[in-house]
Design a protein. Structure first.
Length: 745
């Protein structure tokens, strides 16, 4: 464990902390170090011990333990706790679920509450299954209902208008039951990826539907307003299960959405069922919750607990000496203490959430660094022994976490809803209704310097965009060590790895190293699901995991993945086919058209073009950007900036001429945006809710706003981080930037 003075994080982690976590003064200057952050969080969370009789000395001792947990990067709580503990906002939870009732008052009351949660730094999940279907008669107004999807768009617009203190963006999960009459509209509502950009969507699949799918039968739809089977012109409505499933598969193949949650399975394993029912999850799908409940999460860095590689003949049935199980148990127990304290120290956004959270006291202790652990042990991610070790590791964590929660119950009291839980039947005292959840841990894994969640590596090298626009190569430290030790490391090799998602086709790397450093594209869909299922077997809530597919994957392969997830016992599943979103968004070809002499063909300008002009504030004054269109795509760009001097105007004209040449030569606008976003300058300003770092960055922001993923930079591009222009990766239902920590969740 480190001393109070010893906090070491990577350069990349430090940049992420500066951008999103460290306290700033009124002028926006960072006035906190990583050590200060961990001291702030540890001291504030330890204060909860006073509620249970601790004196000053005991609180100080607890604060020291909590600091050591975080400063050693062996455990980190979810982002809102790191950001807000000991600060005025004080909202510490990541996950919330709000009910959506079937009246205008209820719908907009929930919308207001969601805005308060987003403002405080949390994400929200909603089930729209209680809303009457589209075109139903509304007796009070003699009008017709607009249906769940229309109100999702209302919530989406509201989320767009709320910024979470400049540190996190609003994120939502929208869920609809498979037997709702509007299910087909819902399944396709994000086919246009510029629509409903602040939502992930999942279908709540029932056991009855899965039975109908297995038997090749139709299944009934139910009107939530009447509580009876849905009728049209007096006829009961059925849908063919196979056709609905095909529709889900087709949209997931095309865009990565919808995902699926197995809602009956979720409720059957919910400790407070049947006294409480679960309808929805948080935005990443891993935390099912009843209405108004919340959960604060934290992750243990598994890579830290490896003492030595396993022997080549290691068997899962043997006790393995490679893992320090005692140390892991100690960390788990302290982490449960930490997360239980968070519940007491939290400032909840609305009273209903305060009451419900303290009623169940759900916490979600999960893991990160799983891929690192396997590499350090010498086990390939898709080895049968790795699946067995995953189940054993999570079983150990779950057991230690429950024992600690039970110990806390003896001194602090059982959670208030204990009488309505499964623990009453076994007469087991528990402080917390749930203790384990496996979250994506995307940004906190960057801080910890480890792999995210239980995912395999996304890539072995990536390019980081630092503050002045310089791009630096980052290589997986475990791979770099193996390459240096093996005598095959070079900058040229790193650049070759950077252009490939897999090591399999790269020369000069020993096969034994390639077999160990597998990436997401090297893992088959079934292997992804087997790993998810192994962790799910001993997880109270759910497991955030993405089933990655290559671009060439077929719809049938996606269908099989959904089916396998059900058969293996998962509670939900999210798939993503590589480039499925970027290709649809940009809607351009990337062919390299050349003239007969081999030179690049440049389209001639027609005599008349129409376009748009937009103003954006820069450090040099207001910039007026004109984009002329051809076939609804940008064809040329002009920009004018007033009273800034001849040199600035000349530079601006030069930039626009080169942009126009690129566009007229067939370069995709997304590539132009990628090259210009985040270029730094000496005069940077905040404009329109974000930072404008230079004139090239300002032009790129205008291009991205109109021709990128959506209608606002906050939505970002599926390929390009809107904060730093680095490549985004799709992990556990969210696009995440490995360079600056930006996430769409």
């Amino acid at each position: 464990m480190p001393s109070y003075k010893d906090v070491k994080v990577s350069d990349n982690a430090l940049e992420v902390l500066k951008r999103r976590y460290l306290t700033r003064d009124k002028k926006g200057r960072v006035i906190e170090t990583p050590r200060d952050l961990f001291l702030r969080v540890a001291g504030f969370i330890a204060e909860a011990d006073r509620n249970y009789g601790a004196d000053d000395g005991e609180v100080k001792k607890t604060a020291r333990k909590f600091f050591d947990l975080m400063a050693s990067l062996v455990f980190l709580p979810n982002s809102p706790t790191l950001m807000n503990a000991g600060r005025p906002l004080g909202q510490l939870s990541a996950c919330f679920v709000l009910p959506v009732g079937d009246s205008m008052d209820e719908i907009f009351e929930t919308n207001k509450n969601a805005a308060l949660i987003h403002k405080s730094g949390g994400g929200t999940g909603f089930a729209f299954s209680r809303l009457r279907p589209r075109n139903s008669i509304v007796a009070s107004t003699s009008g017709v209902a607009s249906g769940p999807v229309s109100f999702m768009k209302v919530y989406n617009a509201s989320t767009e208008a709320v910024r979470q203190g400049g540190t996190r963006r609003g994120a939502n999960m929208g869920i609809l039951r498979i037997d709702h009459p509007d299910i087909l509209e819902f399944v396709s509502c994000k086919r246009d990826t510029s629509e409903i950009t602040n939502f992930n969507i999942s279908v709540a699949v029932t056991e009855a539907f899965m039975d109908a799918l297995r038997d090749g039968k139709q299944y009934p739809l139910y009107n939530p307003h009447t509580g009876r089977q849905h009728e049209i012109d007096g006829e009961e409505v059925f849908l063919d299960a196979e056709e609905v499933f095909d529709r889900i598969v087709d949209n997931a193949w095309a865009t990565g959405e919808p995902g699926i949650i197995f809602i009956d399975r979720i409720n059957q394993s919910n400790p407070t069922h049947p006294s409480e029912s679960i309808e929805a999850t948080n935005p990443c799908g891993e935390q099912p919750l009843p209405a108004y409940d919340s959960c604060n999460l934290g992750s243990v860095n598994l890579g830290v607990f490896v003492r030595a590689p396993l022997p080549a003949d290691y068997s899962p049935d043997e006790p393995d000496g490679g893992i320090d199980w005692n140390y892991l148990g100690e960390v788990v127990r302290e982490a449960v203490h930490f997360l239980d304290n968070v519940i007491d120290q939290n400032k909840y956004p609305i009273p209903e959430i305060d009451r419900q959270t303290k009623k169940n006291r759900r916490i979600g202790l999960g893991v990160m660094g799983w891929a690192d652990m396997l590499v350090r042990l010498g086990l390939p991610y898709n080895d049968d022994r790795a699946f067995a070790l995953a189940e054993r590791t999570m079983a150990y964590i779950e057991n230690e976490a429950r024992k600690q929660s039970s110990e806390l119950a003896k001194t602090r009291g059982k959670f208030l809803n204990w009488e309505g839980s499964v623990y009453r039947d076994d007469n087991v005292a528990m402080r917390n209704a749930t203790v384990t959840t496996i979250a994506p841990a995307g940004t906190i894994s960057i801080i910890a310097g480890c792999s995210s969640g239980v995912e395999p590596y996304y890539s072995i090298a990536f390019e980081r965009n630092v503050m002045d626009g310089t791009r630096l190569l980052e290589t997986n430290p475990l791979f770099k060590k193996a390459a240096v030790d093996g005598g095959f490391f070079s900058e040229e090799l790193t650049r070759e790895i950077l252009s490939s998602r897999s090591l399999s086709e790269i020369n000069g790397i020993p096969e034994s190293v390639k077999a160990l450093f597998l990436t997401a594209v090297d893992i088959s869909a079934e292997e992804h699901i087997r790993m998810q299922a192994a962790f799910q077997a001993h997880c109270d809530a759910s497991v955030s995991k993405t089933i990655n597919f290559p671009e060439s994957a077929t719809r049938e392969e996606v269908r099989q993945a959904f089916t396998l997830a059900y058969e293996y016992g998962c509670k939900g599943v999210t798939i993503y086919r590589d480039r499925s979103r970027p290709d649809q968004v940009l809607s351009v070809t990337e062919t390299d058209e050349r003239a007969d002499d081999g030179s690049l063909k440049v389209e001639q300008r027609p005599p008349v073009l129409s376009g748009i002009t937009e103003k954006i504030k820069t450090g040099y004054g207001n910039l007026y950007v004109t984009i002329n269109l051809r076939d609804n795509q940008p064809f040329e760009v002009f920009a004018h900036i007033g009273k800034s001097g001849y040199t600035t105007m000349a530079d601006t004209e030069a930039i626009c001429r080169l942009i126009s040449l690129a566009l007229r030569s067939g370069v995709p606008v997304g590539q132009v945006i990628k090259q210009l976003r985040g270029i730094g300058g000496s005069s940077q300003v905040f404009s329109g809710g974000g930072k404008v770092t230079s004139i090239p960055d300002a032009i790129a922001q205008i291009l991205n706003k109109h021709f990128g993923r959506g209608q606002d930079d906050s939505a970002g591009s599926a390929e390009i981080c809107p904060q730093c222009s680095a490549a985004m990766r799709f992990d556990s239902g969210c696009f995440t930037c490995a360079s600056c920590g930006y996430s769409t969740c």
